[in-house]
Design a protein around this ligand. Structure first.
Ligand code: ASP
Ligand code: MG
Length: 417
């Protein structure tokens, strides 16, 4: 017997038929003798509609009332799933965030989970074999007694938090893809599903644009050591052997990964823009003069490359920002020109960032050097490079993105046979 969390996203609960299908998945685990907590999202499209209604009601609205409205989508699906489970003869009870409670900060619209009380759920597992059906995405701010929500895609994070609270063996995320791939399969036909990936690697992949999971859920999984299993909700419940090894990707501690590859995956993003400040003063306080105003303008700076000055007086500094913030970033720098002191501002929007990720890089030398050679052979120019312990990122011309990703995917032996 194991204790499991099963999380189903919006497309899996889009209508009553699909909710029935979800219930069959749940029943399958219950019949196999497991204790189950289910976390559900709102029906597909529902949250978007609720958000839209708030905007229509008033362009500027109180975030507390926004949360009151958008949290309702999950209440509907948790109730419906409990009804369907009961009709199938499975004991079930729905739980809203405030009932557990799922305590959060008061950052309405993007609250952080502080504590989840799983005691009552565990008691009912033991006493009544009751399935807990929990509304994802929502919580309670204890002091103000207000409903909060966790930010879009937050049900993943709810699920991992519940798994930590009830000390579940695994948190299964049922979604419309059957796992985490070495890179985007729409770009590289030879992309392979990973059996396992370490939390740290998944964090890099997720924050670099692989949209499988909310990034915070992976952070939470890493902190509490909750094993997260990404699997398909389209597999028919009848076809799954509850004691077998279903297809999917396990996100886990690196110690659990026996056959560690040097490189695990390749992420890329075309929504990047490059800004270069030429002949900027090389003296203390200049970086602060540049990045301070950008931070105040809420512009997320990513790659930063600064050269060591040749003449001891001036140097060049390059960084990237989201393409959507390109104009604003240039304006911000231009406005601070007096404080910064530079000769010229250059930039480019037709750029892409390609990142190679793998915890094996910690213990292997020359991983990046191989990439530079391979890209050079294909005539791909590298505009900027940044590295960390488990990844390196290259800024290249956007037109070469696919070629670069495919080249690196083969180079590091990630192509499927
Ligand atoms: N329903 C919420 C959203 O659409 C939360 C979630 O689905 O994870 O963002
Ligand atoms: Mg989602």
């Amino acid at each position: 017997m194991a204790r499991l969390v099963m999380k189903f996203g919006g497309t899996s609960v889009a209508d009553i038929d699909r909710i029935r299908n979800v219930a069959r998945h749940v029943k399958r685990e219950v019949d196999a003798g497991h204790q189950v907590a289910v976390v559900v999202s709102a029906m597909a499209g529902t949250t978007n509609r609720l958000v839209e209604w708030c905007r229509e009601a008033a362009a500027l609205h109180d975030a507390r009332e926004y949360d009151t409205v958008v949290a309702t989508g999950e209440q509907v699906t948790s109730g419906l799933l409990a009804i369907v489970l009961e009709s199938m003869g499975v004991n079930a009870r729905s739980w809203q965030g405030w009932q557990l409670p799922m305590q959060t900060s008061d950052a309405h619209g993007s609250a952080r989970i502080l504590d989840v009380n799983g005691a009552e759920l565990m008691k009912r597992f033991d006493e009544r074999s009751e399935v807990a059906v929990i509304s994802g995405f929502q919580g309670l701010h204890q002091k103000t007694r207000r409903i909060t929500t966790l930010g879009r895609g937050g049900s993943d994070t709810s699920a991992v938090a519940v798994a930590a609270a009830i000390r579940a063996e695994r948190c299964d995320i049922y979604t419309d893809v059957d796992g985490v791939y070495t890179t985007d399969p729409r770009v590289v036909a030879k992309a392979r599903r990973l059996d396992k990936i370490a939390f740290e690697e998944m964090l890099e992949l997720a924050s670099l644009g692989a949209k499988v999971l909310q990034v915070r859920s992976v952070e939470l999984g890493m902190v509490h050591n909750v094993r997260i299993f990404v699997r398909s909700s389209f597999d028919r419940p009848e076809d799954i052997d509850p004691h077998g090894n279903p297809p999917g990707t396990l996100i886990c501690n690196e110690e659990e990964i026996v056959e560690q590859q040097v490189v695990t995956g390749i992420a890329f993003s075309k929504d990047e823009a490059q800004i270069s400040i030429r002949r900027v003063q090389d003296k203390p306080g200049v970086a602060a003069a540049i990045f301070g105003p950008l931070a105040e303008a809420n512009i997320n700076v990513d790659m930063i490359v600064q050269n060591v000055s040749a003449d001891g007086a001036t140097t060049d500094l390059t960084f990237t920002v989201p393409a959507a913030d390109y104009d604003r970033a240039q304006d911000t720098i231009a406005k601070a020109r007096k404080d910064i002191g530079y000769e010229r501002l250059d930039g480019a929007t037709e750029v892409a960032k390609v990142s190679v990720i793998g915890i094996g890089m910690r213990s292997h030398a020359g991983v990046a050097a191989k990439a530079f050679r391979a890209l050079a052979e294909r005539g791909i120019n590298i505009r900027a490079i940044t590295t960390s312990e488990i990844k390196f990122s290259l800024l290249i011309e956007a037109a070469f993105t696919e070629l670069a990703v495919r080249t690196l995917h083969s180079l590091y032996g990630l192509d499927k046979a």
